[in-house]
Design a binder for this molecule. Structure first.
Ligand SMILES: NC(=O)c1ccc[n+]([C@@H]2O[C@H](COP(=O)([O-])OP(=O)(O)OC[C@H]3O[C@@H](n4cnc5c(N)ncnc54)[C@H](OP(=O)(O)O)[C@@H]3O)[C@@H](O)[C@H]2O)c1
Length: 283
């Protein structure tokens, strides 16, 4: 079992590649045809290897219409996996069209309707899967009722998904998308000698005092997940990304993309910041 923090996002690698590709193509024109052939062969071999990796394997992605999950679905299909994906509303084209249009989707993508708050609704999705990527969780900050809008879907929803996992004999591993939010807010100093590691958790009391409800939702959800998987003997890895940015596959803005939009378009700095939380800083 492991907990991983991303200091940068893997999606940005895709973005960087997209930017760099035209330059590479331009400089390639000057290289010899032998080198070009060798590069093409390496590329083809890599493509074959990555496509073969998931062939015949079935995995589940929850909250598939979301920003991170859409990329996960795309990359899993690219690698040959069959993907069972949960969406809240399979009849909403804004949530499904970008997924159904992905390469490989016609043959290997199955969409299921599921809500985090409905117990058992993930059972048929997780059934038969070797891996589960649990990304579904509300990610926004302006809430009227934090318990109903953020805490219940995050915590009860995560446990619902894990309960479905515990019923699936095919399951090998769960990958839970947690967040830096679940790690970083605990009043501990951030001086150079301090190492932030997997033992860190945000402090729920501090989150409540500062109305940092999203931070609290991710902290409580990850904590509950660890307790559940330890009890049930489920192999789980958590990913703790900071802000994930890069190209969007879905037609709508998610919170982290909107934050970048705000930096470009408006006076607000970010909708993401946990402004009320003050962590001690280096003097
Ligand atoms: N983006 C970041 O910078 C970032 C950083 C750290 C961690 N994370 C975590 O990564 C995950 C995905 O984030 P994202 O940026 O991709 O967010 P997103 O685009 O808003 O996706 C969230 C997904 O969760 C689903 N969801 C929310 N409430 C649900 C419910 N009650 N039942 C079923 N599904 C529900 C949403 O479904 P609908 O489409 O139907 O609304 C959506 O598909 C979240 O767990 C988030 O906390 C994100």
């Amino acid at each position: 079992m492991a907990r991983m923090e991303w200091s940068c996002c893997p999606l940005s690698i895709e973005m960087v590649l997209d930017r760099v590709k035209p330059h590479l193509q331009q400089s390639e024109r000057g290289t010899s045809s032998k080198r070009r052939r060798r590069r093409r062969r390496t590329k083809e071999t890599k493509a074959r290897m990555s496509a073969a990796g998931g062939a015949g394997k079935v995995v589940c992605v929850t909250g598939a219409s979301g920003y991170i999950a859409s990329w996960l679905v795309k990359l899993l299909l690219q690698r040959g996996y069959t993907v069972k994906a949960s969406v809240r509303d399979p009849n909403d084209p804004k949530k499904t069209e970008h997924l159904l249009g992905l390469d490989g989707a016609k043959d290997r993508l199955q969409l299921f309707k599921a809500n985090l708050l409905e117990e058992g609704s993930f059972d048929p999705i997780v059934e038969g899967c070797a891996g589960v990527f649990h990304t579904a969780s509300p990610f926004y900050h302006d809430v009227k009722d934090p318990q109903a809008e953020l805490l219940d879907p995050a915590v009860k929803g995560t446990l619902n998904v894990l309960k479905s996992c515990s019923k699936a004999p095919s399951l090998q591993r769960v990958v839970l998308t947690s967040s830096m939010a679940a790690v970083a807010y605990n009043r501990q100093p951030r001086t150079p000698e301090v190492v932030v590691d997997e033992s860190w958790f945000s402090d729920p009391d501090l989150c409540r005092q500062t109305n940092a409800w999203y931070v609290l939702s991710k902290t409580l959800a990850e904590d509950a997940a660890w307790k559940f998987v330890k009890e049930k003997g489920i192999d789980m890895v958590t990913i703790n990304p900071a802000m994930v940015i890069g190209p969007l596959l879905q037609p709508t803005l998610n919170t982290s993309a909107a934050a970048i939009g705000n930096l470009i378009n408006g006076p607000r700095t970010t909708s993401l910041s946990c402004r009320s939380i003050r962590c001690p800083r280096r003097k």
